[in-house]
Design a protein around this ligand. Structure first.
Ligand SMILES: [Zn+2]
Length: 431
């Protein structure tokens, strides 16, 4: 991804640095060669010549670009989970993923960790973004997901002869698990997404169902993935499934819904981050009837919501790490609504705005393994900066409104927001 070759001064804003430090009023951020050269009070800022381009933050907020920690670029705002395996071919899914990536940038998300994708779209999407062919978040790619036969993502009865090859590897046993991971290694992904437990959204496997994958299968996934330098995460709601995943050596826990004391201890022992993705549950409860979800499924989502809120609070209070990612890409939880997760965590979970912003920036970058490059506003890091017309500490829901963004920047280049210029299409030659 290209970096700015000229200097840039962002002034007249309150700095929220992503580390949880108290906001700095009348702050200044100086960008040189795409990186942060100064972050701090205007009074202490180095002298900058008049010729340097200036961005007036209008008394608003200057903060790190947001990190979506559970991003599904290829989930196309589906009306039902089943749409994923039958509705569109890979050609159209790829185009939609490109549109979703542009939208993520417009929404202030300059980086994203994938929570699973159709076919191997993420890997190629990441390449197109890094080569500046399209705009999108800096991406940690996942691939096709891994689920045991009969588990959460294996819903087609045998007579339909649908293999689901674009969506998941359906495995039986440890050999299949290793084979699936090795295919993902060849695909070039960074994360292996698995389905250890059930979910309220599934018609026949509820979210207390643990054995969607056996411990032995999970162990085989982790050892093979780690052997190749890949990281493993999983959809973990049921208590025993969370513990199995942590004991098997998972690098991240998605949802972590029903944590007991032992599960929390296991999580904290290795400081494994958790991405609750809770607004999805609230949206499922509120809009489920419109999308034909049954009352049983909606009740399941309510239980998941209550359990997930309790677990998220306990994790953060015990010193654990939470990433902010919302599982967007469903009809009731569409792409573009990403920052609703942040508002939800302030209003419904009870975290402070500063806590939530740290989760949504610094912790997200840590989950991606790139916290030395971005995620906070610190000298030497990439100038991935969001400039918002408004005080987001007073009202975090301002982040839901992309018309409020003055600039969304990656490496000092303005990619979206009011100051964005349109970019000419790059003609790419094959080599
Ligand atoms: Zn997901």
């Amino acid at each position: 991804m290209k970096m700015a070759d000229h200097s840039l001064l962002i002034h007249n804003g309150t700095i929220v640095d992503g580390r949880g430090a108290q906001p700095v009023r009348d702050g200044v951020v100086l960008v040189e060669a795409g990186k942060l050269a100064y972050v701090g009070p205007a009074a202490d800022a180095p002298h900058v010549p008049e010729s340097v381009e200036r961005i007036d933050a209008r008394g608003g907020t200057i903060m790190p670009g947001l990190v979506e920690a559970h991003f599904h670029a290829t989930y196309f705002n589906i009306a039902a989970l089943e749409d994923l395996d039958i509705k569109y071919p890979v050609e159209y899914v790829s185009l939609l993923a490109s549109v979703n990536s542009k939208l993520a940038i417009e929404c202030g998300y300059t980086a994203a960790r994938s929570g699973g994708c159709l076919f191997n779209v993420d890997f190629w999407l990441k390449k197109a973004i890094e080569e500046d062919l399209i705009v999108g978040p800096r991406l940690s790619a996942s691939g096709r997901e891994i689920c045991s036969a009969g588990g959460l993502m294996d819903w087609n009865p045998e007579f339909r002869k649908i293999g689901m090859e674009g969506l998941v590897f359906i495995i039986n046993g440890q050999d299949d698990a290793r084979k699936a991971v090795r295919a993902l290694v060849k695909d070039g992904v960074e994360w292996v997404k698995t389905y250890p437990t059930g979910d309220a959204a599934s018609p026949d496997i509820n979210d207390h169902h643990t054995l969607c994958m056996t411990f032995e299968e999970m162990n085989a996934v982790v050892s093979t993935a780690h052997n190749h330098g890949l990281k493993v995460t999983g959809h973990c709601r049921a208590t025993e499934g969370i513990k199995n995943a942590l004991r098997a050596g998972y690098d991240c826990i998605e949802h972590g819904t029903f944590m007991d004391d032992e599960a929390l201890d296991l999580l904290l022992q290795r400081d494994v981050p958790c991405v609750p993705a809770l607004y999805f549950e609230k949206a499922s409860v509120e809009l489920g009837p419109e999308f034909g979800l049954s009352q049983r499924v909606i009740d399941g989502h309510q239980e998941t919501l209550d359990g997930g809120i309790e677990s998220a609070r306990r994790i953060l209070r015990a010193g654990g790490r939470l990433g902010m990612g919302g599982d967007y890409g469903f009809g009731w939880n569409p792409h573009g609504d990403y920052a609703r997760e942040l508002t939800f965590f302030v209003k419904d979970v009870g975290l402070t705005p500063l806590e939530v912003l740290t989760c949504a920036t610094k912790t997200g970058a840590e989950i991606m393994g790139r916290s030395d490059e971005f995620g906070t506003l610190e000298k030497g890091k990439l100038a991935d900066v969001l400039v918002v017309d408004g005080d987001i500490i007073a009202d975090i829901s301002l982040l839901e409104d992309r018309t409020k963004f003055i600039a969304v920047m990656q490496g000092g280049i303005i990619k979206a927001g009011q100051l964005a210029k349109s970019f000419p299409t790059v003609v790419k030659r094959e080599r």
